[in-house]
Design a protein around this ligand. Sequence first.
Ligand code: XMP
Length: 319
Amino acid sequence: NWDMGSFIASAIEEIRAKVGDKQVLCGLSGGVDSAVAAVLIHKAIGDQLVCVFVNNGLLRKGEAEMVLKLFRDNYKIRLQYADAQEAFLSALKGVTEPEAKRKIIGKVFVDTFYSEARKAGEISFLAQGTLYPDVIESKSPSGGPSATIKSHHNVGGLPDDLKWDLLEPLRELFKDEVRALGRELGLPEVLVTRHPFPGPGLGVRCVGEVTKERLDTLREVDAIFIDEIRKAGLYHDIWQALACLLPVKSVGVQGDERTYEEVCSLRAVTSEDAMTADWFRFPPDVLQRSASRICNEVAGVNRVLYDITSKPPGTIEWE
Ligand code: XMP
């Protein structure tokens, strides 16, 4: 549409004027904001943009492949891929406390990101997908939730050898406008309309200890749940849907065998802004199909719960 077209034209001009012949670094998260920022900046300055994508091992099924294919193969953006799964897993070994997990994940992310940045050569700008609500919230005394969300990519505490200015081409936009911009830039609809996903990813959805095996199990559970939601045509009626593995095992029976396996909890909520949320009223057959597919198709899970807690008192995530 005309409005977006003119936004793009003026954003491109602004980016070019600000960046000149310098290099820009942009972290991709798999989410819509960083994706739109990267594609917009790439349109403006081409190969002066370098993207970094860190695979923390806490991503959803197929997510790393999707990011690589889209940005490297499709958009031909320079992309450094850091497979840091081992580093995250070993740092998280034995850790069960949610905030401790977040701190560790944040620290390993920053270390990985900076070491990638050093490989990228002379960088002058760090691009971020900061939106207007993030700008407002980060000015409030408490910082607000989005300030924390973006803190993974924050320049606060930059090491001495990395001197970056910020480039935030989306800072006047609301989420809906970013989605419209993403569409205009040709980003796939699945990415543009994706449910929110926390920075610490599946790390805070493996309730209890985070292991490679549990993460692999959870990726399968999550993929089935989302698939059933999409098939039922309900994905866009839901603010966020998620699965987590609980730190308990349960007894089950499969064939003639007694099993003693993991328990997963499914959650889907409606919300305006994630500050409050209501649990989503599924038609029972969607839950039924999800539960039976999960138990049949995912080794190591024998029980499925559906979470009917609103926020408050529950949070959207379990940790
Ligand atoms: P809660 O669980 O607090 O979540 O109701 C509200 C929204 O924020 C997301 N969330 C996070 N996002 N880093 C993030 O980037 C985090 O540590 C984090 N914790 C929660 C959550 O998925 C929901 O959309």
